[in-house]
Design a protein around this ligand. Structure first.
Ligand SMILES: Nc1ncnc2c1ncn2[C@@H]1O[C@H](COP(=O)(O)OP(=O)(O)O)[C@@H](O)[C@H]1O
Ligand SMILES: [Mg+2]
Length: 253
């Protein structure tokens, strides 16, 4: 698809900076980060520990205030010159963002279905509707046969797929993942990444994943690195590089 909708970035960052503390203790976690990510794209974020990866995901995920810069999500300006434009960030998160963490963070006393259904109910769905959609999502992520299992009974790969189902529950178009495959062996990591790619393509979503996992680099459209809070595009014989803004243009096929 190459219509106007898909040509608009889902995530647009314009010179986002974030520092913690002041004076001697000041840490510049992000420095003038500009980035566009388009629907259907799967983007990797690399960088050493402390380089700002989690800070960047948290700003995009609307759980951390940047110090300056602007951000648009799905065509909507949400931060301008370091100020939030929306009063209700919780609603914004529920509508637009899905989070996947390194460890699945499933609620231990709810079965797989209810872990997913809960998110839908928080967004206002009726219990029965929420459970039906949860089962549909678990099937989509090829873990439907484990729908009644408690988290402790799930394998690492199964639990991560349930966590992805939960992140997708409200049909967010922006999916942020902080080392989603770090706890998985390479086969399961590959399966999880393939599912994320399927989500990006079929649901016109943008996926930004922090990873150190070289085994799955071939699953990404673009690879960026953070060094000391600055974003750089990794060289891959790619000609998309521009002076200040890195555009991940959608590959048209
Ligand atoms: N809440 C915080 N308060 C103070 N410093 C922080 C906070 N969060 C992160 N930092 C600092 O910001 C820098 C980037 O951290 P982070 O984004 O967690 O890096 P990464 O995820 O790449 O390991 C680090 O120097 C870290 O110590
Ligand atoms: Mg981190």
């Amino acid at each position: 698809m190459t219509d106007a909708k898909t040509n608009r970035p889902l995530v647009r960052l314009d010179r986002i900076s974030k520092h913690f503390g002041e004076g001697e203790t000041r840490v510049d976690a992000l420095r003038n980060v500009s980035l566009d990510v388009y629907p259907g794209q799967v983007v990797a974020l690399l960088g050493p520990s402390g380089s700002g990866k989690t800070t960047l995901l948290n700003v995009i995920g609307c759980i951390l205030d940047p110090s300056s810069g602007s951000m648009e999500l799905d065509g909507e300006a949400v931060i301008e010159d370091g100020q939030w434009l929306r009063p209700n960030l919780r609603r914004l998160r529920l509508d637009k963002i899905g989070f996947i963490f390194q460890f699945h963070n499933l609620i231990p006393f709810l079965d797989a279905t209810d872990n997913v259904a809960l998110v839908l109910q928080l967004a206002g769905a009726e219990a029965a509707t929420a459970r039906a959609r949860a089962v549909e999502l678990l099937d989509y992520l090829e873990v439907g046969h484990r729908r009644s299992a408690m988290p402790a009974k799930l394998s690492g790969g199964e639990a991560q797929r349930v966590a992805i189902a939960r992140a997708l529950a409200n049909r967010p178009r922006i999916i942020l993942a902080d080392e989603p495959t770090a706890a998985l062996d390479s086969k399961r990591a590959g399966i999880v990444m393939d599912l994320l790619r399927k989500v990006a393509v079929e649901q016109d979503a943008a996926i930004i994943a922090v990873t150190h996992d070289e085994k799955i680099f071939d699953r990404f459209d673009s690879i960026f690195s953070l060094r000391d809070g600055r974003l750089e595009m990794e060289e891959r014989g790619d000609d998309q590089r521009e002076p200040d803004v890195f555009q991940c243009s959608k590959s048209v096929s």
